[in-house]
Design a protein around this ligand. Structure first.
Ligand SMILES: Nc1nc2c(c(=O)[nH]1)N[C@H]1C(S)=C(S)[C@@H](COP(=O)(O)O)O[C@H]1N2
Ligand SMILES: [Mo]
Length: 406
């Protein structure tokens, strides 16, 4: 008799994790069979997301929040956007997960287990703003290819881990070091094991900052699988693509990292402004570093109604990449006049900052509330769409909500 191929225990347990409960007769599932619950998965259940989130793509999974869902001071998993370039790794076993530090500019190639990372190095917790470089892409005209993010590809969660710097220094950094590049366990859409979905990085100066973490906790718990469990690089203030999920190797490079989505036009903008629709040569595209100043009105939801004579309380967050937000203003007359409103200090460097205001409206009718942040170097958000670029990155135009006074 032919022996049945049973699914491996690890596969079974990861299927059970995704389904969210034990598969009681799981041992009888034959290899290659996908339980129905996984054939047409409900992303909201699978990833524990709020039903108000918007699925932009399912292969790979890309899911965004709406402005009013981001009202919390610290973003919880339910409202955190998902940006995957490939397939989520399966069969994660934290007991044999390792992180290797290698590259041309490492003094001694070293491999650490998760337990070693946690016990050998001090742990730090920071609130860190992660915004996808393509957040706001949907507004560009002519349109740019890629996920049509509106405003919801941003989060600020609390991350706990060890400093990347401490680990790199433990392995030893040669004078020739210029850049770090991450490698991760996710799978290319083609399932070709030789291809990486994404392998980006950052200059040494960013890698060595206090707040650049190799994180294993998000909001005090294990990082959710889709957000990089069991180990994730978190580099707040830069395009979130630098924050590699499921990281298992970091290379200290003696040149700008040349991994997947580091080269060509990926995560790059024209070095000099171009006219909308212009073709730009690869060599005229520059890597995005710090994200620009931006803000979001998270309360009330656009479309809210208020009684004449009542003040409208608004609130939201503002962030400015590597910089601080030093001024916050709102306008109710389509940007012709602006009123300053209070902006709180960040919980730590690279955390978003909270603002609020109480607004009086002169008479009944339709209004828009526009919000505008200014960074510590004096750069403000543009009122409408900023410089067009071929891939639709860095749209930091003022956020607007509609209000009816009745
Ligand atoms: N390994 C890996 N890391 C990754 C990605 C990915 O596809 N694979 N996507 C990047 C991009 S483009 C973004 S915007 C953020 C999204 O993080 P989140 O899904 O946790 O919100 O992760 C980054 N890190
Ligand atoms: Mo991204």
């Amino acid at each position: 008799m032919k022996r049945r191929n049973f699914v491996k225990k690890a596969v079974l347990s990861s299927m059970a994790t995704i389904i969210g409960t034990d598969i009681v007769f799981g041992a009888w599932i034959s290899e290659g069979y996908k339980p129905l619950a996984l054939q047409d998965p409900d992303p909201y259940k699978m990833f524990n997301k709020d039903k108000g989130m918007e699925v932009l793509n399912d292969k790979p999974w890309n899911i965004e929040a709406k402005a009013h869902l981001l009202d919390e001071r610290i973003t919880s998993n339910k409202y955190m956007f998902i940006r995957n370039n490939g397939l989520i790794p399966e069969n994660i076993n934290i007991n044999n997960w390792t992180l290797t530090i290698d590259g041309e500019s490492v003094k001694e190639k070293k491999t650490y287990s998760l337990a070693e990372l946690k016990s050998k190095f001090p742990q730090y917790t920071y609130q860190l703003t992660l915004e996808c470089g393509g957040n706001g892409r949907s507004e560009f005209d002519p349109p740019a290819k890629g996920n049509q993010w509106t405003v919801g590809a941003v989060s600020c969660a609390e991350w706990t881990g060890v400093r990347l710097r401490d680990v790199l220094e433990d392995a030893g950094i040669k004078d020739s070091a210029m850049y770090i590049g991450y490698h991760a366990a996710d799978v290319h859409l083609s399932r070709d094991p030789k291809k990486e979905p994404i392998s980006r990085g950052a200059p040494m100066a960013k890698a060595l900052q206090d707040e650049t973490l190799l994180a294993f906790k998000m909001n005090g718990e294990d990082i959710p699988i889709v957000h990089g469990y069991p180990l994730r690089l978190v580099a707040g203030g830069w395009p979130a693509s630098v924050s590699g999920k499921w990281v298992n190797r970091i290379s200290i490079r003696n040149k700008v990292h040349d991994g997947t989505k580091m080269t060509g036009t990926a995560y790059r903008v024209p070095c000099e402004p171009v006219a909308p629709g212009d073709k730009v040569k690869d060599e005229d595209m520059c890597i995005i570093k710090s994200m620009p100043v931006k803000s979001l009105i998270t309360y009330p939801k656009s479309g809210a109604t208020i009684k004449k004579g009542k003040k409208l309380n608004i609130r939201g967050h503002a962030w400015a990449g590597e910089l601080k937000v030093s001024k916050m203003e709102y306008s109710i007359d389509f940007g012709s006049t602006w009123v300053k409103c209070p902006i709180e200090k960040p919980a730590n460097r690279l955390a978003w900052q909270h603002f609020s205001a109480a607004i009086d409206f002169p008479k009944k009718g339709y209004y828009e509330v526009w919000a505008r942040a200014t960074d510590s170097r004096g750069a403000s958000q543009p009122m409408l769409i900023p410089g067009w670029n071929p891939k639709g990155y860095l749209n930091n135009a003022c956020h607007r909500i509609a209000i009816k006074v009745v």
